[in-house]
Design a protein around this ligand. Structure first.
Ligand SMILES: Cc1cc2nc3c(=O)[nH]c(=O)nc-3n(C[C@H](O)[C@H](O)[C@H](O)COP(=O)(O)OP(=O)(O)OC[C@H]3O[C@@H](n4cnc5c(N)ncnc54)[C@H](O)[C@@H]3O)c2cc1C
Length: 382
Protein backbone atom coordinates (compact mmCIF):
# COMPACT_ATOMS: atom_id res chain seq x y z
CA UNK A 1 0.00 0.00 0.00
CA UNK A 2 1.25 3.47 -0.84
CA UNK A 3 1.60 6.02 1.98
CA UNK A 4 -0.59 9.07 2.41
CA UNK A 5 0.89 12.27 1.00
CA UNK A 6 1.38 15.40 3.10
CA UNK A 7 -1.63 16.92 1.31
CA UNK A 8 -3.75 13.90 2.23
CA UNK A 9 -2.73 14.19 5.88
CA UNK A 10 -3.67 17.86 5.80
CA UNK A 11 -6.98 17.02 4.12
CA UNK A 12 -7.76 14.56 6.93
CA UNK A 13 -6.97 17.16 9.58
CA UNK A 14 -9.10 19.79 7.87
CA UNK A 15 -12.13 17.46 7.64
CA UNK A 16 -11.67 16.52 11.30
CA UNK A 17 -11.63 20.22 12.23
CA UNK A 18 -14.65 20.96 10.06
CA UNK A 19 -16.64 18.15 11.66
CA UNK A 20 -15.63 19.24 15.18
CA UNK A 21 -16.76 22.81 14.40
CA UNK A 22 -19.98 22.11 12.48
CA UNK A 23 -21.14 18.75 13.83
CA UNK A 24 -20.57 18.70 17.56
CA UNK A 25 -22.31 16.18 19.78
CA UNK A 26 -25.36 18.40 20.41
CA UNK A 27 -25.84 19.06 16.68
CA UNK A 28 -25.63 15.36 15.80
CA UNK A 29 -28.02 14.37 18.59
CA UNK A 30 -30.52 17.10 17.76
CA UNK A 31 -30.59 16.15 14.08
CA UNK A 32 -30.91 12.45 14.92
CA UNK A 33 -33.76 13.11 17.34
CA UNK A 34 -35.58 15.36 14.85
CA UNK A 35 -34.82 12.94 11.98
CA UNK A 36 -33.69 16.04 10.07
CA UNK A 37 -31.31 16.35 7.11
CA UNK A 38 -28.07 18.19 8.09
CA UNK A 39 -28.36 21.04 5.57
CA UNK A 40 -26.11 23.40 7.58
CA UNK A 41 -23.34 20.79 7.68
CA UNK A 42 -23.73 20.07 3.96
CA UNK A 43 -23.28 23.82 3.32
CA UNK A 44 -20.07 23.71 5.37
CA UNK A 45 -18.79 20.79 3.25
CA UNK A 46 -19.59 22.83 0.12
CA UNK A 47 -17.83 25.89 1.55
CA UNK A 48 -14.72 23.80 2.27
CA UNK A 49 -14.73 22.37 -1.25
CA UNK A 50 -15.40 18.79 -0.07
CA UNK A 51 -18.12 18.23 -2.68
CA UNK A 52 -15.49 18.78 -5.36
CA UNK A 53 -12.76 16.62 -3.90
CA UNK A 54 -12.78 13.95 -6.61
CA UNK A 55 -13.87 16.04 -9.62
CA UNK A 56 -11.49 17.60 -12.13
CA UNK A 57 -10.54 21.24 -11.69
CA UNK A 58 -12.11 22.18 -15.04
CA UNK A 59 -15.55 21.56 -13.50
CA UNK A 60 -14.64 23.46 -10.34
CA UNK A 61 -13.38 20.45 -8.37
CA UNK A 62 -10.16 19.80 -6.45
CA UNK A 63 -8.87 17.18 -8.88
CA UNK A 64 -8.39 14.58 -6.14
CA UNK A 65 -8.65 10.80 -6.32
CA UNK A 66 -10.29 7.82 -4.61
CA UNK A 67 -7.94 8.05 -1.62
CA UNK A 68 -8.81 11.72 -1.04
CA UNK A 69 -12.48 10.82 -1.23
CA UNK A 70 -12.03 7.90 1.20
CA UNK A 71 -10.33 10.23 3.69
CA UNK A 72 -13.25 12.72 3.58
CA UNK A 73 -15.83 9.95 3.92
CA UNK A 74 -13.95 8.26 6.78
CA UNK A 75 -13.72 11.44 8.83
CA UNK A 76 -17.37 12.39 8.27
CA UNK A 77 -18.47 8.87 9.20
CA UNK A 78 -16.32 8.97 12.35
CA UNK A 79 -18.92 11.44 13.64
CA UNK A 80 -22.03 9.98 11.99
CA UNK A 81 -22.64 7.07 9.63
CA UNK A 82 -25.94 8.75 8.81
CA UNK A 83 -24.42 12.11 7.76
CA UNK A 84 -21.86 10.26 5.67
CA UNK A 85 -24.68 8.95 3.47
CA UNK A 86 -25.67 12.55 2.65
CA UNK A 87 -22.14 13.21 1.40
CA UNK A 88 -21.39 9.81 -0.17
CA UNK A 89 -24.46 9.67 -2.43
CA UNK A 90 -23.63 12.94 -4.17
CA UNK A 91 -20.06 11.75 -4.59
CA UNK A 92 -20.50 8.31 -6.12
CA UNK A 93 -23.40 9.38 -8.35
CA UNK A 94 -21.25 12.30 -9.49
CA UNK A 95 -18.47 9.87 -10.37
CA UNK A 96 -20.89 7.83 -12.51
CA UNK A 97 -21.71 11.05 -14.38
CA UNK A 98 -18.01 11.88 -14.68
CA UNK A 99 -17.33 8.45 -16.19
CA UNK A 100 -20.41 7.97 -18.35
CA UNK A 101 -21.91 11.42 -18.97
CA UNK A 102 -21.43 13.45 -22.16
CA UNK A 103 -19.20 16.53 -21.98
CA UNK A 104 -22.32 18.73 -22.03
CA UNK A 105 -23.81 16.80 -19.09
CA UNK A 106 -20.60 17.06 -17.08
CA UNK A 107 -20.45 20.80 -17.70
CA UNK A 108 -24.10 21.18 -16.76
CA UNK A 109 -24.22 19.01 -13.64
CA UNK A 110 -20.81 18.74 -11.96
CA UNK A 111 -20.39 22.45 -11.12
CA UNK A 112 -23.88 22.32 -9.60
CA UNK A 113 -23.11 19.40 -7.30
CA UNK A 114 -19.77 20.98 -6.32
CA UNK A 115 -21.44 24.31 -5.48
CA UNK A 116 -24.23 22.58 -3.54
CA UNK A 117 -26.89 23.78 -5.99
CA UNK A 118 -27.90 20.15 -6.61
CA UNK A 119 -27.50 16.95 -4.59
CA UNK A 120 -27.48 13.43 -6.02
CA UNK A 121 -28.94 10.13 -4.81
CA UNK A 122 -29.24 6.68 -6.36
CA UNK A 123 -32.56 4.98 -7.22
CA UNK A 124 -31.94 1.41 -8.19
CA UNK A 125 -33.71 -1.00 -5.82
CA UNK A 126 -37.38 -1.88 -6.22
CA UNK A 127 -39.84 -4.02 -4.25
CA UNK A 128 -39.02 -7.03 -6.45
CA UNK A 129 -35.42 -6.10 -7.30
CA UNK A 130 -33.04 -5.89 -4.34
CA UNK A 131 -29.95 -8.08 -4.59
CA UNK A 132 -31.16 -9.01 -8.06
CA UNK A 133 -30.76 -5.54 -9.54
CA UNK A 134 -31.17 -6.83 -13.09
CA UNK A 135 -34.84 -7.54 -12.33
CA UNK A 136 -35.89 -3.87 -12.19
CA UNK A 137 -39.28 -3.06 -13.72
CA UNK A 138 -39.69 0.72 -13.55
CA UNK A 139 -40.18 1.49 -17.19
CA UNK A 140 -39.24 4.39 -19.40
CA UNK A 141 -41.13 4.70 -22.67
CA UNK A 142 -39.97 6.91 -25.50
CA UNK A 143 -42.28 9.87 -26.09
CA UNK A 144 -41.26 12.76 -28.35
CA UNK A 145 -37.89 14.13 -27.24
CA UNK A 146 -37.81 12.23 -24.01
CA UNK A 147 -39.21 9.47 -21.83
CA UNK A 148 -42.25 8.79 -19.68
CA UNK A 149 -41.57 6.93 -16.43
CA UNK A 150 -43.89 4.61 -14.54
CA UNK A 151 -43.00 2.40 -11.61
CA UNK A 152 -41.65 2.33 -8.07
CA UNK A 153 -38.25 2.50 -6.39
CA UNK A 154 -37.57 1.44 -2.81
CA UNK A 155 -34.99 2.11 -0.05
CA UNK A 156 -33.54 5.23 -1.69
CA UNK A 157 -31.11 6.97 0.66
CA UNK A 158 -31.42 10.77 0.98
CA UNK A 159 -33.73 10.94 -2.05
CA UNK A 160 -36.02 13.41 -0.29
CA UNK A 161 -33.43 16.09 0.46
CA UNK A 162 -34.19 19.45 -1.13
CA UNK A 163 -32.57 20.22 -4.51
CA UNK A 164 -31.97 16.52 -5.09
CA UNK A 165 -31.65 14.79 -8.44
CA UNK A 166 -32.11 11.02 -8.42
CA UNK A 167 -30.01 8.71 -10.60
CA UNK A 168 -32.86 6.42 -11.64
CA UNK A 169 -32.20 3.08 -13.32
CA UNK A 170 -35.12 2.14 -15.58
CA UNK A 171 -36.08 -0.57 -18.03
CA UNK A 172 -36.09 1.22 -21.39
CA UNK A 173 -36.43 -1.89 -23.53
CA UNK A 174 -38.95 -4.31 -22.00
CA UNK A 175 -38.13 -6.92 -24.64
CA UNK A 176 -34.44 -7.03 -23.74
CA UNK A 177 -33.27 -9.78 -21.43
CA UNK A 178 -32.55 -8.90 -17.81
CA UNK A 179 -29.63 -6.46 -17.42
CA UNK A 180 -29.86 -5.46 -21.05
CA UNK A 181 -32.39 -2.77 -21.89
CA UNK A 182 -31.60 -0.75 -18.73
CA UNK A 183 -30.99 3.02 -18.90
CA UNK A 184 -29.91 5.69 -16.42
CA UNK A 185 -32.04 8.85 -16.21
CA UNK A 186 -31.57 11.92 -14.02
CA UNK A 187 -34.87 12.88 -12.37
CA UNK A 188 -35.45 15.77 -9.94
CA UNK A 189 -37.27 14.64 -6.83
CA UNK A 190 -39.84 17.45 -7.17
CA UNK A 191 -40.62 16.87 -10.87
CA UNK A 192 -44.28 16.40 -11.86
CA UNK A 193 -45.31 12.73 -11.64
CA UNK A 194 -42.73 11.95 -8.92
CA UNK A 195 -43.89 11.23 -5.37
CA UNK A 196 -41.67 10.38 -2.41
CA UNK A 197 -42.44 8.86 0.95
CA UNK A 198 -39.94 8.77 3.84
CA UNK A 199 -39.90 5.31 5.39
CA UNK A 200 -39.76 4.46 9.09
CA UNK A 201 -36.41 2.64 9.32
CA UNK A 202 -34.29 1.44 12.26
CA UNK A 203 -31.55 3.99 11.67
CA UNK A 204 -30.06 6.59 9.33
CA UNK A 205 -32.88 8.92 10.23
CA UNK A 206 -31.27 12.12 8.92
CA UNK A 207 -30.35 11.07 5.39
CA UNK A 208 -33.62 9.17 5.40
CA UNK A 209 -34.69 6.18 3.32
CA UNK A 210 -37.44 6.74 0.75
CA UNK A 211 -39.79 4.97 -1.59
CA UNK A 212 -40.34 6.80 -4.86
CA UNK A 213 -43.33 6.52 -7.20
CA UNK A 214 -43.28 7.56 -10.85
CA UNK A 215 -46.63 8.17 -12.56
CA UNK A 216 -46.29 9.37 -16.15
CA UNK A 217 -43.24 11.40 -15.12
CA UNK A 218 -41.67 13.10 -18.14
CA UNK A 219 -37.88 13.17 -18.46
CA UNK A 220 -36.06 15.07 -21.22
CA UNK A 221 -33.64 13.20 -23.46
CA UNK A 222 -30.68 15.28 -22.25
CA UNK A 223 -31.09 13.56 -18.87
CA UNK A 224 -30.20 10.16 -20.30
CA UNK A 225 -26.67 9.20 -19.15
CA UNK A 226 -24.40 6.80 -21.02
CA UNK A 227 -26.76 6.07 -23.93
CA UNK A 228 -30.10 4.27 -24.24
CA UNK A 229 -30.06 0.70 -22.94
CA UNK A 230 -26.48 1.18 -21.70
CA UNK A 231 -27.46 1.62 -18.06
CA UNK A 232 -25.69 -1.52 -16.89
CA UNK A 233 -22.37 -0.01 -18.00
CA UNK A 234 -23.20 2.98 -15.77
CA UNK A 235 -23.86 0.64 -12.81
CA UNK A 236 -20.48 -1.02 -13.32
CA UNK A 237 -18.60 2.25 -13.92
CA UNK A 238 -19.47 3.63 -10.47
CA UNK A 239 -19.30 0.35 -8.57
CA UNK A 240 -15.72 0.49 -7.29
CA UNK A 241 -16.03 4.11 -6.10
CA UNK A 242 -19.37 3.28 -4.44
CA UNK A 243 -17.63 0.50 -2.52
CA UNK A 244 -14.69 2.79 -1.63
CA UNK A 245 -17.27 5.17 -0.16
CA UNK A 246 -19.14 2.47 1.79
CA UNK A 247 -15.94 0.83 3.04
CA UNK A 248 -14.31 4.09 4.15
CA UNK A 249 -17.58 5.06 5.83
CA UNK A 250 -17.70 1.76 7.71
CA UNK A 251 -14.08 2.20 8.84
CA UNK A 252 -14.68 5.76 10.05
CA UNK A 253 -17.80 4.88 12.01
CA UNK A 254 -16.23 1.72 13.43
CA UNK A 255 -13.27 3.80 14.65
CA UNK A 256 -15.73 6.25 16.20
CA UNK A 257 -17.30 3.35 18.10
CA UNK A 258 -13.94 1.98 19.30
CA UNK A 259 -12.77 5.38 20.55
CA UNK A 260 -16.06 5.92 22.35
CA UNK A 261 -15.90 2.48 23.98
CA UNK A 262 -12.24 2.92 25.01
CA UNK A 263 -12.91 6.35 26.53
CA UNK A 264 -15.88 4.94 28.45
CA UNK A 265 -13.87 1.97 29.73
CA UNK A 266 -11.25 4.35 31.14
CA UNK A 267 -13.82 6.61 32.85
CA UNK A 268 -16.55 4.31 34.07
CA UNK A 269 -15.79 2.84 37.51
CA UNK A 270 -17.38 -0.24 39.02
CA UNK A 271 -16.04 -2.20 42.00
CA UNK A 272 -13.83 0.82 42.69
CA UNK A 273 -11.83 0.66 39.46
CA UNK A 274 -12.27 1.55 35.77
CA UNK A 275 -14.16 -1.20 33.92
CA UNK A 276 -11.31 -1.16 31.35
CA UNK A 277 -8.95 -2.58 33.97
CA UNK A 278 -10.89 -5.85 33.70
CA UNK A 279 -9.08 -7.99 31.16
CA UNK A 280 -12.42 -9.11 29.68
CA UNK A 281 -13.21 -5.51 28.69
CA UNK A 282 -9.64 -4.50 27.73
CA UNK A 283 -9.34 -7.49 25.40
CA UNK A 284 -12.65 -6.67 23.74
CA UNK A 285 -11.35 -3.19 22.99
CA UNK A 286 -8.03 -4.57 21.71
CA UNK A 287 -9.92 -6.96 19.38
CA UNK A 288 -12.17 -4.14 18.17
CA UNK A 289 -9.21 -1.88 17.33
CA UNK A 290 -7.38 -4.74 15.59
CA UNK A 291 -10.35 -5.50 13.33
CA UNK A 292 -10.86 -1.84 12.49
CA UNK A 293 -7.18 -1.51 11.59
CA UNK A 294 -7.52 -4.56 9.30
CA UNK A 295 -10.63 -3.06 7.67
CA UNK A 296 -8.78 0.21 7.04
CA UNK A 297 -5.82 -1.64 5.54
CA UNK A 298 -8.10 -3.49 3.09
CA UNK A 299 -10.02 -0.32 2.26
CA UNK A 300 -7.00 1.86 1.54
CA UNK A 301 -5.21 -0.92 -0.34
CA UNK A 302 -8.22 -0.93 -2.68
CA UNK A 303 -8.58 2.88 -2.74
CA UNK A 304 -4.91 3.32 -3.73
CA UNK A 305 -5.43 0.84 -6.59
CA UNK A 306 -8.56 2.64 -7.78
CA UNK A 307 -6.67 5.96 -7.56
CA UNK A 308 -3.93 4.47 -9.72
CA UNK A 309 -6.52 3.52 -12.34
CA UNK A 310 -6.09 -0.21 -11.65
CA UNK A 311 -8.89 -2.72 -11.36
CA UNK A 312 -9.58 -3.27 -7.66
CA UNK A 313 -12.85 -5.21 -7.85
CA UNK A 314 -11.64 -8.09 -5.66
CA UNK A 315 -9.97 -5.85 -3.07
CA UNK A 316 -12.82 -3.36 -2.79
CA UNK A 317 -15.42 -6.12 -2.57
CA UNK A 318 -13.47 -7.75 0.27
CA UNK A 319 -13.12 -4.32 1.91
CA UNK A 320 -16.89 -3.69 1.69
CA UNK A 321 -17.63 -7.12 3.15
CA UNK A 322 -15.09 -6.95 5.97
CA UNK A 323 -15.57 -3.31 6.93
CA UNK A 324 -19.37 -3.58 7.12
CA UNK A 325 -19.22 -6.73 9.25
CA UNK A 326 -16.55 -5.09 11.43
CA UNK A 327 -18.74 -2.02 11.99
CA UNK A 328 -21.66 -4.24 13.06
CA UNK A 329 -19.37 -6.32 15.31
CA UNK A 330 -17.70 -3.39 17.08
CA UNK A 331 -21.01 -1.53 17.56
CA UNK A 332 -22.38 -4.64 19.26
CA UNK A 333 -19.31 -4.92 21.49
CA UNK A 334 -19.30 -1.15 22.13
CA UNK A 335 -22.84 -1.35 23.42
CA UNK A 336 -21.87 -4.24 25.73
CA UNK A 337 -18.98 -2.18 27.10
CA UNK A 338 -21.23 0.82 27.80
CA UNK A 339 -23.93 -1.30 29.42
CA UNK A 340 -27.26 0.47 29.99
CA UNK A 341 -25.77 3.80 28.90
CA UNK A 342 -24.96 2.32 25.50
CA UNK A 343 -28.56 1.21 25.12
CA UNK A 344 -29.85 4.68 25.95
CA UNK A 345 -30.67 7.03 23.09
CA UNK A 346 -29.07 9.80 25.18
CA UNK A 347 -25.67 8.32 24.22
CA UNK A 348 -24.06 8.15 20.77
CA UNK A 349 -23.37 4.43 20.94
CA UNK A 350 -27.07 3.67 20.49
CA UNK A 351 -27.12 5.77 17.29
CA UNK A 352 -24.11 3.95 15.84
CA UNK A 353 -25.70 0.63 16.82
CA UNK A 354 -28.87 1.56 14.89
CA UNK A 355 -26.99 3.02 11.94
CA UNK A 356 -24.53 0.14 11.53
CA UNK A 357 -27.09 -2.53 10.85
CA UNK A 358 -27.90 -1.50 7.30
CA UNK A 359 -24.24 -1.69 6.25
CA UNK A 360 -24.22 -5.45 5.64
CA UNK A 361 -27.47 -5.11 3.64
CA UNK A 362 -27.25 -1.93 1.55
CA UNK A 363 -24.97 -1.40 -1.46
CA UNK A 364 -24.85 -5.18 -1.97
CA UNK A 365 -25.39 -7.48 1.01
CA UNK A 366 -22.60 -9.49 2.64
CA UNK A 367 -23.89 -12.63 0.91
CA UNK A 368 -23.72 -10.93 -2.49
CA UNK A 369 -20.16 -9.69 -1.78
CA UNK A 370 -19.16 -13.27 -0.83
CA UNK A 371 -20.76 -14.61 -4.02
CA UNK A 372 -18.74 -12.10 -6.02
CA UNK A 373 -15.44 -12.82 -4.25
CA UNK A 374 -15.96 -16.56 -4.67
CA UNK A 375 -16.83 -15.98 -8.34
CA UNK A 376 -13.60 -14.03 -8.84
CA UNK A 377 -11.82 -17.05 -7.36
CA UNK A 378 -13.33 -19.26 -10.04
CA UNK A 379 -16.14 -20.78 -8.00
CA UNK A 380 -19.52 -21.02 -9.69
CA UNK A 381 -21.90 -19.89 -6.96
CA UNK A 382 -25.62 -20.55 -7.62
C1 LIG B 1 -30.70 1.67 4.79
C2 LIG B 1 -30.72 1.25 3.35
C3 LIG B 1 -30.37 2.17 2.38
C4 LIG B 1 -30.43 1.82 1.03
N1 LIG B 1 -30.14 2.77 0.09
C5 LIG B 1 -30.37 2.48 -1.22
C6 LIG B 1 -30.26 3.50 -2.22
O1 LIG B 1 -29.89 4.64 -1.94
N2 LIG B 1 -30.58 3.19 -3.50
C7 LIG B 1 -30.98 1.95 -3.86
O2 LIG B 1 -31.23 1.74 -5.04
N3 LIG B 1 -31.07 0.96 -2.95
C8 LIG B 1 -30.79 1.20 -1.64
N4 LIG B 1 -30.93 0.21 -0.69
C9 LIG B 1 -31.35 -1.10 -1.11
C10 LIG B 1 -30.28 -2.16 -0.95
O3 LIG B 1 -29.32 -2.05 -1.96
C11 LIG B 1 -31.00 -3.51 -0.89
O4 LIG B 1 -31.68 -3.55 0.34
C12 LIG B 1 -30.05 -4.66 -1.03
O5 LIG B 1 -29.52 -4.74 -2.32
C13 LIG B 1 -30.72 -5.99 -0.67
O6 LIG B 1 -31.93 -6.12 -1.34
P1 LIG B 1 -33.26 -6.53 -0.52
O7 LIG B 1 -33.34 -5.65 0.65
O8 LIG B 1 -34.39 -6.58 -1.46
O9 LIG B 1 -32.96 -7.98 0.03
P2 LIG B 1 -33.03 -9.34 -0.82
O10 LIG B 1 -32.35 -9.19 -2.11
O11 LIG B 1 -34.43 -9.84 -0.82
O12 LIG B 1 -32.14 -10.28 0.10
C14 LIG B 1 -32.62 -10.80 1.34
C15 LIG B 1 -31.54 -11.73 1.90
O13 LIG B 1 -31.26 -12.78 0.96
C16 LIG B 1 -29.87 -12.77 0.63
N5 LIG B 1 -29.69 -13.14 -0.77
C17 LIG B 1 -30.33 -12.65 -1.87
N6 LIG B 1 -29.85 -13.22 -3.00
C18 LIG B 1 -28.88 -14.06 -2.59
C19 LIG B 1 -27.97 -14.92 -3.28
N7 LIG B 1 -27.96 -15.01 -4.63
N8 LIG B 1 -27.09 -15.64 -2.56
C20 LIG B 1 -27.06 -15.55 -1.20
N9 LIG B 1 -27.89 -14.76 -0.49
C21 LIG B 1 -28.77 -14.02 -1.18
C22 LIG B 1 -29.40 -11.36 0.89
O14 LIG B 1 -28.01 -11.31 1.15
C23 LIG B 1 -30.21 -10.98 2.14
O15 LIG B 1 -29.58 -11.49 3.28
C24 LIG B 1 -30.82 0.52 0.66
C25 LIG B 1 -31.14 -0.41 1.65
C26 LIG B 1 -31.08 -0.05 2.98
C27 LIG B 1 -31.44 -1.08 4.02
Amino acid sequence: MTAFTTEQKLLRESVQKLMATHANRDYVRAKDKARAYPYELYDAWVEAGLLGVIFPEKYGGMGGDAVDLAICVEEIAYVSADFQMCYGGSMFCGVTLLMKGSEAQKEAWLPKVISGERRFSISMSEPEAGSDVGAIRTKAERQGDGYVLNGQKLWNTAAGARDNTMFVYVKSDPTAHYRKGVSLLLVDNDAPGVKLNKLDMLGRHCAGTYEVFFTDAKVDEDRLVGGENKGWDCVLSGLQIERVVSSAGNCGSAQGVVDMAAAWAKERKQFGRPIGSNQAIAHMIADMQTEVAAAKALTYQAAFKVAAGEDALAEITMAKLFSSETFVKVANMGMQIMGGYGYSNEFDMARFYRDCRSCTIAAGSSQIQRNLIAGLMGLKVQ
